[in-house]
Design a protein around this ligand. Structure first.
Ligand code: HEM
Length: 142
């Protein structure tokens, strides 16, 4: 697996991590994200019909910290976990279509804009740059 694309400008990654920490202080952060994300398409909403959201919010929160950990490094635990996540989302697993990652990211950033009191265009860009590599790994694993 090529690793170069996960090496990020560490300042951007740190900015995104700090933003995630601020958002995560509010327990409604991921409720709001799933509300917006599921409203974005019927197909996406149908994927979550059987989902236990209390569990889903916990695992998503962990994986957000995980992908920001992966963004700051070139190998190790976060990368191994990311490959597992890619396999789980692949066509043989959850069958998550590559085109759904764009609304995923856009709605995540919409939520960040609502919950991060320090939100700015710079923070938005830092997030997008930091998460891009992990999304590429998930899409490549489809
Ligand atoms: C970088 C983006 C994403 C991350 C970090 C992420 C993270 C996760 C994690 C950690 C899980 C739990 C896996 C497990 O149970 O072992 C999960 C499950 C799931 N994800 Fe994602 N995901 C992403 C993108 C998406 C997208 C774009 C969709 C589109 C619909 C999606 C739909 C689902 C569904 C349906 C489940 C299973 C929920 C259930 O257990 O009922 N994910 N995701």
């Amino acid at each position: 697996m090529p690793r170069y694309y996960l090496v990020m400008d560490s300042q951007s990654v740190q900015m995104a991590r700090d933003s995630l920490s601020r958002c995560s202080k509010n327990e409604k952060f991921l409720d709001r994200f799933y509300e917006l994300f599921m409203a974005s398409s019927d197909e996406i909403r149908e994927k979550f019909e059987q989902t236990d959201f209390e569990r889903q919010k916990r695992v998503l929160s962990d994986s957000l910290f995980l992908i920001l950990a992966a963004a700051g490094t070139t190998r190790g635990f976060a990368h191994v976990q990311l490959e597992k996540l890619a396999k789980r989302h692949s066509r043989d697993g959850l069958d998550i279509k590559p085109e759904w990652y764009e609304p995923w990211l856009d709605n995540l950033l919409k939520t960040v804009a609502e919950f991060d009191p320090e939100y700015s265009d710079e923070i938005d860009i830092a997030w997008r740059e930091s998460v891009k590599g992990s999304i590429e790994v998930l899409i490549a694993g489809y």
